[in-house]
Write a protein that binds this ligand. Structure first.
Ligand code: BJW
Length: 243
């Protein structure tokens, strides 16, 4: 079965950790996932970072290393093909909660990284100018938290932790894309983390067709018009079946 896409359609896609599972990266909430192996309050909150920045940096440096060693899979590539298919007459927005950079390495050109990136760093001191703009950083800080060259404070990964606001411009762009889409395609996410979890409600409100591809039915599966169960790398290429 395919989605019968037309080149003049407006498509918004939301991805989560499940799309990178077929590249060998752990998800968060599945059995054996990151939150089973690490205490989320210690490694993914601002309070956890203040308590033990070295631990947090070890967690993110290991994930940097794993993401660098991983390759994009057929699902990442299928979405990049969809972007090219729609580029002259349609609209395409790829919204990802993932921080692993695999969409870009799989050929996607415009990606809204709503939870930041494993490969960017910024200063953790809000008074420092280097806290405002993150920069590319592929180093592994396994021996401890790096320090800011400007203010001497701690540097931090430029990801969004629990209790932190998403970049308002990036979130706005994601909401706008969903508001004007004909098709909202969601791939590999449990749909429990807000505010991104609310995007399916935005899509429904404005009458978009909503399609979910996921290994198992998540809590919010009833909100979707269609649910395709299976591994993203297997299901997505045939579902998109581009000419
Ligand atoms: C496959 C597969 C295969 C497997 N093929 N599929 C309203 C109500 C309740 C709470 C809140 C609320 N509003 C805000 C909150 C608080 C909080 C929140 O949402 N909490 C809930 C969890 C209860 N949200 C926030 O704090 C957010 N900030 C915010 O709202 O600011 C305003 C505010 C501030 C203060 C107070 C109140 C409001 C920030 C959220 C930041 C999330 N950050 C993380 C870490 C990012 C950095 C990092 O990567 O380390 O983002 S947490 C983690 O979860 C990560 C992910 O992006 C995110 C979502 O996870 P995802 O991608 O869905 O993964 P899984 O593992 O959950 O699911 C994988 C799925 O794939 C599964 O369904 C599998 O079946 C499937 N799968 N293999 C296809 N091969």
């Amino acid at each position: 079965m395919s989605l019968a896409l037309r080149p003049d359609m407006s498509v918004a896609v939301l991805t989560g950790a499940g799309i990178s599972a077929d590249s060998g990266l752990a998800t968060f909430r599945d059995s054996g996932g990151l939150w089973e192996q690490h205490d989320v309050t210690q490694v993914a909150t601002p309070e956890g970072f203040l308590r033990d920045p070295d631990l947090v940096w070890r967690f993110y440096s290991h994930r940097r290393r794993q993401a660098m060693a991983a390759d994009p899979n057929a699902a990442h590539r299928a979405l990049a093909s969809l972007e090219r298919f729609l580029e002259s007459r349609g609209r395409f927005t790829l919204i990802t909660q993932n921080v692993d950079g695999l969409h870009q390495r799989g050929g996607a050109r415009n990606v809204l990284e709503v939870h930041g990136s494993l490969f960017r760093t910024r200063c953790a001191n809000p008074a420092c100018p280097r806290s405002k703009t993150a920069w590319q950083d592929e180093e592994l800080h396994l021996d401890g938290a790096p320090r800011c060259g400007e203010c001497g404070g701690l540097l931090r990964p430029a990801v969004v932790w629990f209790g932190e606001h998403l970049d308002p411009e990036v979130l706005f762009a994601a909401e706008q894309a969903v508001k004007r889409c004909d098709l909202f395609l969601v791939v590999g996410t449990s749909g429990v983390v807000w505010p991104v979890a609310g995007l399916i409600l935005v899509a429904r409100d404005q009458g978009a067709r909503s399609v979910l591809v996921n290994l198992e039915p998540p809590e919010n599966h009833r909100y979707f018009d269609e649910v395709h169960l299976g591994r993203a790398a297997e299901v997505l290429p045939s579902l998109l079946a581009l000419p």
